[in-house]
Design a protein around this ligand. Structure first.
Ligand code: OAD
Length: 248
């Protein structure tokens, strides 16, 4: 049983920073786990603008495979705990690196998807962006979607690729949340990809207590105020209950 003595006595605003590990128990492959490989490619070889311009069909095949796989996955206890936290503490937010949409399917609404959404498609210049697949209906979109406004223009997945900058609004919001929270809870990230990997440090430097939940220690756990070793689906629900008990 975790000793929650490290928690502040009064908590109203929590920022949850989630990574692929929060969806691992929903059977969504993480990026750097042993299940991160597909057809001998690594995500870094497919999730880039260069890969897309060189072979858009292969990149769309990879995303179609991921979308089909994720559409069969359900939110787990960790996603539901985050939604419960938001309902109990309305000033709390989730900043997620994940593109799987499982936080939203668990009922959370105050979410910053800093790496975009696998359910979105858009033009390169972002002028046209829309959801093209609702995992609840499971309808299968065309493998390669084309712009409605500019018929000969191929649309790309609405996600952030390696080497691309994050949308400004999401980045600014995430930083502001980390600076002004009463508590920062990091769940299931290797802390290797910036700028997201730097968010817990921003919280820490602003005097916000940081908790890291992971099945193994990371750089973040080395400076966090507390490291809870364990699967998110087991570790997060009791922590959320303890936070709610200290709210308002
Ligand atoms: P990673 O695959 O790098 O790391 C997943 C983390 O989750 C690891 O630290 C695991 O130890 C941990 N983990 C695995 N199972 C867990 C469980 N059941 N409970 C808790 N933790 C668990 O995924 P991310 O850190 O999310 O970026 O990767 C960050 C970014 O790198 C992704 O958003 C993506 C990728 O490239 C882009 O696509 C731009």
């Amino acid at each position: 049983m975790t000793d929650f003595g490290f928690l502040p006595s009064k908590i109203d605003r929590v920022v949850v920073l989630s990574g692929a590990g929060i969806s691992a128990e929903s059977h969504v492959p993480t990026f750097r786990g042993e299940d991160g490989l597909w057809k001998n490619y690594r995500a870094e070889q497919l999730a880039t603008p260069e890969a897309f311009s060189a072979n858009p069909e292969l990149v769309w095949e990879w995303y179609a495979w991921r979308r089909s796989l994720i559409s069969k996955c359900e939110p787990n206890a960790a996603h539901h705990a985050c939604a419960k936290l938001e309902k109990a503490l309305p000033e709390s937010w989730i900043v997620t690196q994940n593109v799987d949409g499982l936080h939203r399917r668990a009922g959370a609404e105050k979410i910053v998807e800093i790496h975009g959404s696998i359910w979105k498609i858009r033009t390169m210049d972002r002028r046209e962006e829309r959801f093209d697949w609702d995992p609840e209906t499971g309808s299968t979109p065309e493998l390669i979607p084309w712009s409605e406004a500019q018929p000969r223009r191929m649309l790309r997945p609405g996600v952030v690729w390696f080497g691309e900058s994050l949308p400004e609004d999401g980045l600014d919001k995430a930083v502001e949340l980390c600076r002004t929270a009463d508590l920062c809870v990091v769940v299931g990230t290797s802390g290797l990809v910036f700028p997201a990997a730097g968010f817990p440090e921003i919280a820490k430097h602003a005097g916000v207590p940081v908790i890291d939940i992971n099945v193994q220690p990371t750089n973040i756990s080395s400076y966090a105020d507390a490291f809870i070793k364990g699967p998110a689906g087991e570790a997060l629900p009791p922590l959320v209950d303890e936070i709610i008990a200290r709210s308002g």
